[in-house]
Design a protein around this ligand. Structure first.
Ligand SMILES: NC(=O)c1ccc[n+]([C@@H]2O[C@H](COP(=O)([O-])OP(=O)(O)OC[C@H]3O[C@@H](n4cnc5c(N)ncnc54)[C@H](O)[C@@H]3O)[C@@H](O)[C@H]2O)c1
Length: 280
């Protein structure tokens, strides 16, 4: 194992719990920091349930009891002392993340700091740090235990050696990695959203039905899921926010089509609301 022996995860929500799971089953000890006692208990439950499901399916070499023996859930960042790596996974707010990262830097002075942000600039977040050369993006995908990619996002102060070390960690987690410069939408969101927006414009223009546009990619190009169905699964509101961000930062070609705005305004958010480009 070339993972740090002790890994911290700041924020044990949907992504943080999955990240903790991934490091535990790969042999690391994990300390999760949550906002308060209730959130800490919820995070411990989430991780326990996720490990139990994996164990039931025969996907863990160790028992749940052995895995959770290496898990600590705390409410004080001081518990992160001694971590070789801390992954921040609190909600997507630049102010909150900057405050959390600065706190982690004090509590775990020797740790590499990573953020799981899906859209914020690594260089922007690095401004709150005394040691930006120990900071990078580790963008995990949802659900983390089943996903096969980590997007490594390199800021202007991130040394090549740290990116190389992170590629080793991804490999130790059993995941492929790609290395991307700090840029809006990184590689995954930028390409995924570009395809989805064009599919929406085609639907709007009456080029074909949603099913047929998706089939062009699933049957024609062997994508596992079509761009419109993927948008339903991700959430139309989530994709609208990313498109607006990319339109501002990259260019007008990411301007959200009217059909996307109208569906979000009508509460048609995709799978979670029962209706998006498909009925669920
Ligand atoms: N959900 C996804 O599909 C996805 C995919 C990739 C990346 N991300 C990114 O991962 C990050 C987390 O997203 P999520 O979906 O897990 O959110 P979430 O709301 O499920 O989890 C956030 C967790 O952070 C905790 N938290 C909030 N403030 C805190 C504080 N001050 N100290 C400690 N803990 C605190 C919350 O209690 C919660 O458990 C975001 O940056 C998001 O953009 C999400």
């Amino acid at each position: 194992m070339n993972l740090p022996a002790k890994v911290g995860v700041y924020g044990g929500g949907r992504m943080g719990a999955g990240i903790a799971h991934a490091f535990l089953v790969s042999g690391a000890s994990v300390t999760v920091v949550e906002a308060d006692e209730a959130a800490a208990a919820a995070a411990a439950d989430r991780i326990g349930a996720s490990l139990a499901k994996a164990a039931e399916r025969g996907k863990t070499a160790e028992s749940v009891a052995e895995l959770t023996a290496r898990l600590d859930v705390a409410t004080d960042a001081a518990a992160l002392a001694g971590c070789g790596l801390v992954v921040e996974a609190v909600p997507e707010s630049a102010e909150l993340k900057a405050a959390v990262l600065a706190q982690v830097e004090t509590s775990a002075p020797d740790a590499v700091l990573a953020t799981n942000t899906s859209s914020l600039s690594i260089d922007g977040l690095a401004k709150s740090l005394a040691r930006p050369e120990k900071f990078l993006g580790l963008h995990f995908f949802n659900p983390v235990p089943a996903s096969s990619l980590v997007e490594i996002v390199v800021g202007s102060a991130t040394p090549d050696a740290l990116a190389a070390e992170a590629r080793g960690w991804a490999e130790a987690l059993g995941k492929a990695s790609i290395t991307v410069a700090d840029s809006p939408g990184f590689a995954s969101s930028r390409l995924g959203v570009a395809l989805a927006l064009e599919a929406m414009r085609m639907l709007e223009a009456g080029v074909a039905s949603a099913e047929d546009i998706d089939a062009a990619m699933t049957s024609g190009y062997r994508h596992p899921t079509g761009p419109l169905r993927t948008t339903d699964i991700v959430g139309l509101d989530v994709r609208l926010a990313i498109a607006e961000h990319l339109a501002r930062e990259v260019g007008e070609r990411f301007a959200p089509p009217e059909i996307l705005r109208a569906k979000v305004a009508a509460g048609q958010l995709g799978r979670k609301s029962g209706q998006g480009f498909y009925r669920w």
